[in-house]
Design a protein around this ligand. Structure first.
Ligand code: SF4
Length: 258
């Protein structure tokens, strides 16, 4: 699979990058991204705590970095207000992608779709709008604020990965845990989504089947699609599992024990 060829014919060996940056700070990774990939890279966010930390670093390095927000039509009003406040106060370069085309199909054919088939709802209202955007933009890489500690399904993430469509995915916050994240938010006086103060630990769409207050003692994402098997919306389920990634993680684990 390696080295992956960018559309612009730059070549990067992801295994080497994962080795090189395995203990790098978020700033170092972002500096590399901006020096080597910009403007061939973008990010999506719903302005949750991890996204805010990533944006806070990014805006110091590249203030006009393109940030895409997927408006499923089911966001909490507080999320939309928070997005608008950040655009104003931080002068962010935010583009909102609407899922209206797909919602029309839902209304016509599916009735009470959300409760009946959450996976398809996410597919139509999140994944497909993003896939359309990716084709339109023709960028080669995407930044994300995923962290290993958020969920067992995210424990195997690496800093540099590839998705099944061939885009590079860069996760500069994989080593951050929830405690470090909130210490940073408070120490830097960063704004944060108002629903965190109301007992939510992870905030997605408003239907209670999709976002509820966290279960006491549960993981950060325990309030997402609670009481179902679902743990992810689908935006991050297309990352390619590769031997090289597993090998770098094992090395990190060995080095930590020394
Ligand atoms: S989180 Fe819920 S409402 Fe939002 S797209 Fe997914 S299933 Fe639909």
């Amino acid at each position: 699979m390696y080295p992956y060829k960018f559309k612009k014919m730059k070549q990067f060996d992801l295994k080497k990058l994962n080795m090189q940056f395995r203990y790098a700070t978020c700033e170092d990774v972002l500096q590399w991204v901006i020096s080597n990939l910009y403007p061939d890279v973008a990010m999506t966010t719903s302005f949750q705590s991890s996204g805010m930390v990533l944006i806070s670093f990014l805006r110091k390095i590249q203030p006009d970095f393109p940030i895409y927000f997927i408006d499923t039509g089911y966001h909490f009003p507080e999320t939309l207000e928070f997005r608008d406040r950040l655009i104003q106060e931080w002068n962010l370069n935010v583009f909102t992608i609407s899922a209206e085309e797909d919602k029309y199909i839902l209304k016509q054919n599916q009735g009470d779709f959300i409760k009946e088939d959450l996976d398809t709802c996410c597919q139509l209202n999140k994944v497909e709008p993003l896939n359309r955007l990716k084709k339109k933009l023709r960028v080669s890489a995407w930044l994300s604020a995923l962290r290993r500690d958020q969920n067992p399904s995210r424990a195997d993430l690496n800093m540099f990965m590839m998705d099944k469509a061939g885009y590079i995915r860069i996760n500069p916050l994989i080593h951050w845990d929830n405690k470090k994240l909130w210490q940073y938010i408070y120490s830097q006086n960063l704004p944060f989504h108002p629903l965190y103060d109301q007992g939510y630990a992870s905030i997605g769409c408003f239907p209670p089947s999709c976002t509820s207050r966290s279960v006491s003692g549960g993981s950060e994402r325990s309030g997402r699609w609670a009481n179902t098997e679902k743990t992810e919306c689908g935006l991050h389920l297309d990352l390619v599992e590769e031997e090289e990634n597993a090998w770098v993680r094992q090395l990190e684990s060995k080095e930590k024990k020394k």
